[in-house]
Design a binder for this molecule. Structure first.
Ligand code: ADP
Ligand code: MG
Length: 498
């Protein structure tokens, strides 16, 4: 079914979009949130399960302290206040991957609330996202529908359930309605989730791998006539786990809802599902009166982090990614644009590691954004997957800095390193690529070239110093580019004039 759409530019001219993002992150704790089953990805189905993971009768949950600490870290990094005491609640609903018939979550007592996060868009402009709350909960298992279309249950012959993920700790971060993004709404939504992803990694609370579904966003979008009008009816597109997908969903919903409103229609409050082609399709109609019968979890005591513990966690927070980028840009003397390119190329950590291994930011950037970026592109792999380490790049640059390699020799050595021939030193000596710095060897080559070009020698003697270029060229050729051209020129002049 193709839906009527309004051109995006026209839609954002006529209507004011409002966003709401609910981001789930799976925490990288050793064990699950309420039981001792290992928290791991990719194990054989239903091998990481205890009676508590699947809610067998009589099984009792226990709170994972590491999970609570990670939730507090996230809350603090997002500028939230941390509750001095908060409870878990049962969110009751039925689904085959939720065999307990309720999700242990937090309802009106989240562990963290009232925060804000400043994000930076690709053009360098800043935007502040108001955060309502961050609460702890658990993931459900995973259903797989076999035999249907696109993994959907419609038309499937049978379904499988894997409970390995049941009980994996989650933190859900909910924004307040995000107003004022206007035409930038799609980029704001994607940049917000990207910023969160970077923060989760910096905090060490999650590997935050989008492709594994470690980070998933529910994307709420509504339109209203103007910024002073009351909020319009929203749709919620569930479980979007790529940045591009988030951007597309916001764009599509703005165009779709604008077409409905312009026709005098009403937007339905419904759950929608993002499609691979960047559109969304309707799911179930949802009302605010959805009743999950939340009630306090009777099997768990309240979580009451002491102020001392919270302060200790606050003091141990690492530098946030945005601040770190600003600091490194300054230390490495990179412009804002250069830094943004580095970040977008996924080269920041590699350059940082290369600098730590002993070279300058500029030199490290030149390699990773130049020769190595090209190699990665040719091989169609990510920079970090190239078979070369930051230490090897630092070693290569050291050979250039000490005059043992010219830039062009260094590029040849790098080829050898990428081909798995060893460290730069080894490749340089195995392939005989080092600069000939021994004057004796160079002088022999200079004499040979002068003897072969007696007329040039005469010209130089006659005052035409530029003519020396021909001799330097001949020496470079004879040494296969391994000579330092400046030193060769000096030797030529000594020979001819001396
Ligand atoms: P639910 O429990 O149904 O997911 P919430 O009240 O938690 O609903 O809201 C979901 C998200 O949508 C929140 O980020 C909230 O700020 C946002 N939101 C609420 N109303 C609107 C609206 N009219 N337009 C856009 N976003 C909204
Ligand atoms: Mg929701």
């Amino acid at each position: 079914m193709s839906e009527k759409l309004m051109d995006f530019e026209e839609a954002v001219r006529r209507y004011d979009p409002v966003l709401g993002l609910e981001v789930h992150v799976e925490l990288g704790t050793a064990t699950k949130m309420f039981d001792a089953a290992p928290n791991a990805f990719g194990a054989r189905p239903n091998t990481l399960v205890t009676p508590t993971s699947v809610g067998l009768p009589g099984a009792l949950p226990q709170v994972n302290a590491q999970g609570v600490e990670y939730a507090i870290r996230i809350g603090l990094a997002l500028g939230c206040r941390i509750a001095s005491s908060c409870r878990f609640a049962r969110k009751n609903y039925f689904y085959p991957d939720l065999s307990k018939d309720f999700q242990t979550s937090q309802s009106d007592e989240p562990i963290a609330y009232d925060g804000a996060l400043e994000i930076e868009l690709e053009d360098g402009s800043r935007f502040t996202i108001p955060i309502e709350r961050a609460h702890m909960e658990e993931d459900a298992g995973k259903n797989t529908h076999i035999g249907g279309h696109d993994g959907r249950i419609e038309g499937a012959q049978y379904s499988l359930v894997d409970y390995n993920r049941a009980g994996v700790p989650l933190v859900e971060i909910v924004t307040r309605p995000i107003e004022g993004a206007g035409e930038r709404a799609p980029q704001v939504a994607a940049a917000y989730v990207r910023t969160l992803r970077d923060i989760f990694r910096a905090l060490g609370v999650s590997e935050a791998r989008m492709e594994r579904g470690n980070v998933r966003a529910d994307v709420n979008v509504s339109l209203r006539e103007s910024p002073d009008a009351p909020l319009g009816t929203r749709t919620e597109t569930k479980n979007v786990n790529t940045f591009r997908g988030i951007e597309q969903v916001v764009r599509y919903e703005i165009s779709r809802q604008a077409a409905i409103l312009a026709d005098g229609g009403e937007v339905l409050q419904e759950t929608r599902h993002g499609q691979a082609d960047g559109t969304t399709r309707a799911g179930r109609v949802k009302s605010d009166a959805d009743d999950y019968r939340y009630f306090p979890e009777p099997d768990l005591v309240p979580v009451a982090p002491s102020p001392q513990w919270v302060e200790q966690i606050r003091e141990s927070l690492p530098e946030m990614p945005a601040a770190k980028r600003r600091r490194l840009a300054q230390e490495w003397s990179l412009s804002d644009t250069e830094m943004r390119d580095v970040v977008n190329a996924g080269a920041l950590e590699l350059i940082e590691a290369t600098v730590e291994a002993g070279t300058t930011g500029q030199a490290a950037r030149k390699w990773w954004m130049g020769e190595l970026a090209r190699a990665a592109k040719d091989q169609e792999i990510a920079l970090e997957d190239l078979p070369v380490t930051p230490a090897q790049i630092a070693g290569l640059q050291a050979l250039v800095d000490s005059g043992r390699l010219t830039d062009s020799l260094a590029r040849q050595v790098l080829e050898g390193v990428l081909a798995g021939q060893g460290d730069p030193e080894e490749v340089a000596s195995a392939r005989g690529l080092e600069v000939v710095s021994d004057d004796g060897a160079l002088l022999a080559a200079v004499d040979e070239a002068l003897a072969a070009n007696p007329d040039v020698a005469d010209k130089i003697r006659g005052g035409k110093v530029q003519a020396a270029g021909a001799i330097v060229g001949a020496v470079m050729k004879a040494t296969k580019g391994r000579a330092d051209a400046r030193r060769v020129r000096e030797l030529v002049m000594e020979r001819v004039q001396g």
